[in-house]
Design a protein around this ligand. Structure first.
Ligand code: IMP
Length: 425
């Protein structure tokens, strides 16, 4: 068997949690491959709304083995909070949640360093979620990090103290005032929770599963335009959010990648700083934010909203090798008379079809095509009676990026998900 990959094609918050939850029943294993508690995967079913940060979105299905892969960074405080919340809902995570020994830990001092680094940047700040993600990945690549496997070893506290003493020196350089005790107490309580779980060699687990004909879904976090290499650097996250991240973040050989399912919203959003060529700083953007409840599920920050951006989407489809597209939140645009799609940009007097290298500083003018709105309550439509205007909108996108749209989501609930005729995920 080959593993399918599901990932975001924009700046995150595309709705990955909902779709993993919808398609999860047909998988035996769901594995997160990067990111950490900066992510917020929202699932809604039976009138219940639940946000997951580190735990894979297959956790509500008892038959699924949920893996937190080596590419993920784990904050024990958030991990414990998530486990406690799930247990309250009657989900027994111990049985079907496994953590890679090679996943790195976010220390309390990583959070402090994130805050110190952001405040030192002033106006240039990235708009980080301040969850300690960047500093934890820095320690990983700097070969200083602590891993889940270390938690089970007798010298863990010694290793922890050594790394914290380094961090304290850095915090002094930033002249950053901090209080560690309360955070540390919570953190070690989280470590106690982690000790109850099975730490595994997840790369072996996942490859064995595939060799034994089990179905595996690799679940991404954030979005391709936040990728550390291919996103709008430096306004990016610190991991590889693209499909290649599933290989390094789970130990999946590239030859074992099956379908690559790319999720995008019918419009664009971005939370935090950084370039956003089709951003709408007007009443239309405000209307989309309100209709789509576009507020960060991790930080609660209002998300910036704008029109669909084809050059950015095409780029994301290219770097991921997307084979199927999933379009989310079509219902959010239902109130609009006219909907715009950016087909290219004008840059230094020339027409360009992709984001330039210097996108963070470049002055781009998006060029749009107008589409008539569908002005229909999509909660009542089925896959074979989509309004003609919506079908037209979808077909235009498919033609521009040369990949079929297999699923359209028309509301937050599991049930508000339409599979397009003849195109099955
Ligand atoms: P960090 O990963 O928390 O350091 O944040 C870096 C940038 O990525 C900031 O602009 C964040 O707002 C953005 N970001 C991080 N995680 C997410 C996410 O899950 N959804 C959307 N944006 C995110």
């Amino acid at each position: 068997m080959k593993a399918d990959v599901l990932l975001g094609l924009q700046w995150g918050d595309e709705g990955k949690g909902k779709i993993v939850d919808v398609i999860a029943p047909k998988y035996d294993v769901v594995a997160r491959f990067q990111g950490g508690p900066n992510a917020g995967h929202t699932l809604e079913f039976n009138g219940l709304k639940h946000v997951l940060h580190i735990i894979p979105s297959g956790i509500f299905h008892e038959h699924i083995a949920n893996i937190v892969g080596n590419g993920v960074v784990i904050d024990p405080i958030v991990f414990k909070e998530e486990i406690d919340a799930l247990e309250k809902l009657g989900v027994n995570c111990i049985k079907h949640l496994f953590i890679s020994k090679r996943a790195h830990l976010i220390l309390p001092t990583h959070r402090l360093l994130d805050a110190a680094s952001e405040s030192s940047k002033g106006k240039e700040k990235i708009g980080s979620t301040l969850r300690g993600i960047g500093p934890a990945y820095m320690d990983k690549t700097g070969r200083n990090g602590l891993r889940i496997g270390d938690v089970f070893q007798s010298d863990f506290k010694k290793k922890y103290d050594f790394l914290v003493s380094k961090h304290k020196q850095l915090l002094e350089l930033y002249d950053y005032k901090f209080e560690l005790k309360e955070l540390e107490d919570k953190w070690f309580a989280g470590i106690e929770t982690i000790l109850k779980f099975q730490a595994i060699d997840s790369e072996i687990y996942v490859n064995d599963a595939l060799n034994n004909n089990k179905t595996v879904l690799a679940e991404g976090a954030q979005g391709s335009l936040l990728d550390i290499d291919f996103g709008s650097y430096p306004f990016v996250t610190s991991s590889n959010t693209i499909c290649a991240g599933a290989c390094t973040g789970l130990g999946l050989p590239p030859t074992k990648i099956g379908e690559v399912m790319g999720i995008f919203k019918a419009y664009c959003t971005r939370v935090g700083s950084g370039p956003f060529p089709t951003e709408l700083n007007d009443a239309t953007g405000e209307g989309i934010r309100k209709a789509g409840n576009e507020f960060g599920s991790t930080t609660g920050r209002p998300r910036r909203c704008g029109w669909m951006d084809i050059p950015a989407l095409r780029y994301a489809v290219m770097v991921n090798g997307v084979s199927k597209l999933i379009m989310m939140k079509a219902d959010v645009l239902s109130h609009l008379d006219t909907i715009k799609i950016c087909t290219h940009y004008m840059y230094e007097g020339k027409k360009i079809n992709s984001l330039p290298y210097d996108v963070a500083n470049a002055s781009l003018t998006p060029v749009y095509i107008d589409f008539p709105g569908w002005k229909t309550d999509l909660r009542k439509v089925t896959a074979d009676n989509l309004p003609a205007a919506l079908e037209n909108y979808i077909q235009f996108i498919e033609k521009e990026v040369n990949v079929p749209v297999s699923i359209i989501s028309v509301g937050p609930d599991r049930t508000q998900t339409l599979e397009r005729a003849g195109i099955m995920v």
